[in-house]
Design a protein around this ligand. Structure first.
Ligand SMILES: CC(C)(COP(=O)(O)OP(=O)(O)OC[C@H]1O[C@@H](n2cnc3c(N)ncnc32)[C@H](O)[C@@H]1OP(=O)(O)O)[C@@H](O)C(=O)NCCC(=O)NCCS
Length: 376
């Protein structure tokens, strides 16, 4: 019998599970800050590599420190040859399934996989961040029937990813947009995938295992998988003229609209407006703003009828599509950014660890009498 007094909170809503110095979130006011730095300032002025340093060291880097990290990330890009062979041998599975499998396999080729020291975890965080981007780009190419492209050590993280994915040097606007998208996705307090990573890390399991747990959690459409679902919705709506009627019917049928609502934010997700602007700019550059127009109409109707607001997943896909990125790459791209936050949280967990082991309120039968199988 349970000795607990309080009722369980469905989905652990508003439950404070730990203390953390990585990410601040105020759902009432729509504030998001990494280590004290407001997301709007970071989106405007920082680079993704600076944000990596910030989340891992909890302070901004000096110029030389940033240069060191950029070199370490660039040096860690190449994948072990057996990993490329494994990627070629996989069936054409979903990008997140491929990322989960390949990230797990990477541990077998990492000499420090089982070293849980803070220094080794940091080095693995750098390697995994670089390698994940390579995996997502290479998987995208292999899936599309193209050949793998070797990383370019001179390019920054965002530019190199777009180059490895498309085979072409991306425009400055595309690189800047992608870099900002990576910054916006890098951490988000105790979201489901980060929680999964910390639960795994808290058993004193290794960083690769924690990241694999997180990738599995991110894949679901209620979490990172929502960005792909948004673009599938845009494809179904087809034209801006159809959007109003389509979304009214969906809401009348009690459909869940992906890219809206949030467990923590009661106002618009502060990341959404940046992605809206970037999607608009890229759409204009590509000569097609129809996806953003469709989503703007959806926002208006959902806001009027349900009083719920866009989240980070609403406009990211429209921006990625304008860069020629396939829809099934969106969630893996989310993962290649969030891996930075996952690693920061795993390192924080290991620095002051206690096993995470909550309770469940038991609601099943009690005092059942065992009946032998041939008497049931
Ligand atoms: C993010 C999400 C899972 C949060 O869920 P939650 O905190 O458990 O909230 P609930 O599912 O209990 O929803 C609360 C209410 O808002 C409604 N709601 C929430 N999100 C909605 C959405 N996207 N579309 C339609 N209705 C929604 C629910 O129907 C429910 O209404 P009800 O009380 O009348 O039944 C949820 O908003 C959602 O499914 N969003 C779509 C998926 C998505 O974009 N995920 C990415 C999050 S960053």
């Amino acid at each position: 019998m349970s000795n607990m007094t309080s009722a369980a909170k469905a989905g652990l809503e508003d439950v404070v599970a730990t203390s953390s110095a990585v990410c601040y979130l105020d759902g009432e006011r729509g504030v998001l800050a990494y280590c004290g730095y407001d997301i709007h300032d970071l989106a405007k002025s920082a680079t993704f590599e600076e944000v990596c340093f910030l989340l891992w060291h909890r302070r901004l880097p000096a110029r030389a420190e940033l240069g060191d990290l950029q070199s370490q990330l660039a040096a860690a890009r190449p994948l072990p040859e057996p990993i490329i062979r494994l990627m070629r041998s996989l069936p054409p599975v979903d990008g997140m399934d491929a990322l989960r499998t390949i990230t797990s396999a990477l541990a077998h080729y990492d000499a420090e996989a089982d070293d849980m020291s803070a220094q080794a975890n940091y080095r693995k965080a750098v390697r995994l961040t670089a390698q994940t981007a390579n995996i997502v780009a290479t998987w995208g190419r292999l899936r599309a029937g193209g050949g793998a492209i070797a990383p370019d050590a001179v390019m920054g993280h965002a530019a190199n990813f777009l180059y490895m994915l498309t085979g072409k040097k991306a425009s400055p606007l595309a690189v800047k947009t992608f870099d900002v998208a990576l910054i916006l996705h890098a951490d988000h307090e105790f979201n489901a995938s980060t929680f999964a990573a910390r639960v795994t890390a808290a058993t004193m399991s290794d960083l690769h295992s924690a990241i694999v747990s997180a990738i599995g959690a991110l894949k679901g459409p209620l979490h990172g998988g929502a960005n792909e679902q948004v673009m599938l919705m845009v494809q179904k709506i087809k034209t801006p003229a159809n959007a109003d009627a389509w979304i009214r019917k969906t809401l009348a049928d009690h459909g869940r609209v992906m890219g809206f609502g949030h467990r923590v934010y009661r106002v618009e997700d502060p990341r959404a407006k940046h992605l809206h602007r970037l999607a608009q700019e890229l759409g204009k550059q590509a000569g097609d703003t129809s996806a953003v127009q469709i989503l703007d109409t959806v926002v208006r109707v959902v806001g009027e009828q349900k009083k719920i607001f866009p989240n980070v997943d609403l406009y990211s896909g429209a921006a990625y599509s304008s860069m020629g990125i396939a829809t099934d790459q969106f969630t893996p791209i989310f993962a290649m950014s969030r891996i930075v936050g996952w690693a920061a949280h795993v390192m924080e967990q290991h620095a002051n660890n206690r096993l995470i082991r909550p309770r469940a309120e038991y609601t099943g039968p009690t005092h059942a009498t065992y009946i032998p199988i041939d008497k049931r």
